[in-house]
Design a protein. Structure first.
Length: 276
């Protein structure tokens, strides 16, 4: 795991999206989107159905290339570098629909997240050379440490998809942490969780941000969860940013309230915000 950050380091901006725009055919899915995620901070991205939130995640992580705009991790530009390169640079994500490796144990799922860091050649692996064995032992040690951190140690030997749903969500986060990210993108991490599980998840997310200085960008449909967790929130509607500010300011913004008409308003704590 990363070492705890100083207060000065925690104010450093890790992730910047600048004027991102993407079109699918004649449709502008995201228009001039900008956002920054400082180290050690939790930033929320919300909006009504179809607002373009997961499209933003896909732009940041290299699934899509923007038609306009740029993405930076620190001072390094990530735009157009591809999902695998961006992941190695330090941007990890989870998904709304859980994507675990079925057939592998909980521990093996976490180890697999960083299998690309193994230093042995294919021939060395086949021969079982000591350098390969040592690297694999280190990966398993680190994976076990992360499972302990997220509270999944006792399930290390379980088949991953046999875990209860809420614990599968935690396993996805553990797998993302295994890549040693600087920035973590969470796509509806509380989906399907009961109230007790949500409280535990919020505490875990706070500790990830505060203890290790990881910047977190969060999409979530549960407004109470978002408002209690995030220091700043950006609101999308039809691909455009309509509000940026503290949870209290965003909840009172007339443009945000108008965007949610026809659904419960954001300050209700239960707004149906699950649109992509």
């Amino acid at each position: 795991m990363n070492q705890p950050q100083t207060q000065q380091e925690s104010e450093k901006v890790l992730l910047r999206a600048e004027n991102l725009t993407i079109r699918f055919g004649g449709l502008v899915a995201v228009q001039s989107f900008s956002l920054s995620v400082p180290a050690g901070r939790i930033v929320g991205l919300i909006g009504p159905n179809g607002a373009g939130k997961t499209t933003v995640f896909n732009l940041v992580t290299g699934v899509y290339n923007p038609d306009e705009g740029k993405v930076y991790l620190g001072e390094s530009e990530l735009t157009g570098r591809g999902a695998h390169v961006i992941s190695r640079a330090g941007v990890a994500r989870t998904f709304q629909n859980i994507r675990l490796f079925s057939g592998l144990t909980v521990l093996e799922n976490v180890v697999a997240a960083q299998s690309w860091q193994r230093r042995g050649t294919s021939l060395a692996s086949l021969l079982g050379l000591p350098s390969v064995s040592s690297a694999e032992a280190e990966l398993r040690r680190r994976a076990s440490e992360i499972l302990s951190f997220v509270g999944l140690s006792e399930f290390a030997g379980w088949e991953s998809t046999s875990l209860p749903y809420g614990l599968q969500r935690k396993l996805e986060i553990a797998r993302a942490l295994m890549t040693q990210p600087k920035v973590l993108l969470l796509d509806e991490p509380a989906a399907g969780m009961n109230p007790t599980e949500k409280v535990e998840l919020a505490a875990l997310v706070r500790e990830i941000a505060g203890r290790f200085g990881i910047g977190i960008l969060l999409i979530e449909h549960d407004m109470k969860f978002v408002m209690n967790l995030c220091s700043q929130i950006t609101v999308l509607d039809h691909g455009e940013v309509i509000s940026v500010g503290s949870p209290a300011a965003v909840q009172k913004d007339p443009k945000v309230i108008e965007a949610y008409l026809g659904a419960e308003t954001p300050d209700s704590g239960t707004a149906a915000e699950g649109g992509r």
